[in-house]
Design a protein. Structure first.
Length: 165
């Protein structure tokens, strides 16, 4: 499907894509094609976030569709998200505790910032932007932005050290 072709929410929700796409106000928005560093980082974060979050009651979800706005409709697919407990619905409608976006070479700053603002406006407590090549990035929260140069990403009681990768 083209990103310029208008489609209904129902059509989006009942379509499958090789790499799940996002939906923004009637348009299908393809996600960046994954490459090895991105995949390796996503696997690492999944492996460390699951045991770190489990005793605290958190669940970790790779590439989970989330409805961030009802009208105009917006659905995003973060690389990973973390919820307090297990949501009842298949497409999440409540804000996760944490959304993680792992940068890909074709991501633009405008697109990344739009997602950060959207997640925070939706009520996500923390948004991590992770550079899979350097282990650096940013932690965004309603309180502001923290630049991560040492590989230590945190969200409340959860902490991950990317230097261990």
């Amino acid at each position: 499907m083209s990103t310029t072709e208008m489609v209904s929410v129902e059509e989006y929700l009942h379509s499958s894509f090789e790499y799940d796409a996002e939906y923004v106000e009637g348009r299908i928005v393809p996600r960046s094609m994954p490459q090895k560093p991105h995949s390796k980082m996503q696997c690492y974060l999944l492996r460390v976030l699951c045991p770190a979050g489990d005793p605290l009651g958190y669940e970790v979800w790779p590439e989970q569709r989330i409805r961030t706005q009802r009208a105009p409709a917006r659905y995003r697919v973060p690389d990973l998200c973390v919820t307090q407990g297990e949501p009842a619905e298949d497409v999440f409608t409540d804000p996760p505790f944490l959304c993680v976006e792992i940068l890909s070479p074709d991501d633009t700053a405008v697109e990344v910032w739009a997602k950060i603002r959207e997640y925070l406006a939706f009520g996500v407590a923390y948004v991590w932007i992770v550079d899979s090549n350097t282990g650096t990035g940013e932690i965004h929260s309603p309180e502001g932005t923290e630049h991560v140069e040492n590989g230590r990403f945190r969200a409340g009681e959860i902490e991950v050290n990317l230097e261990e990768l």
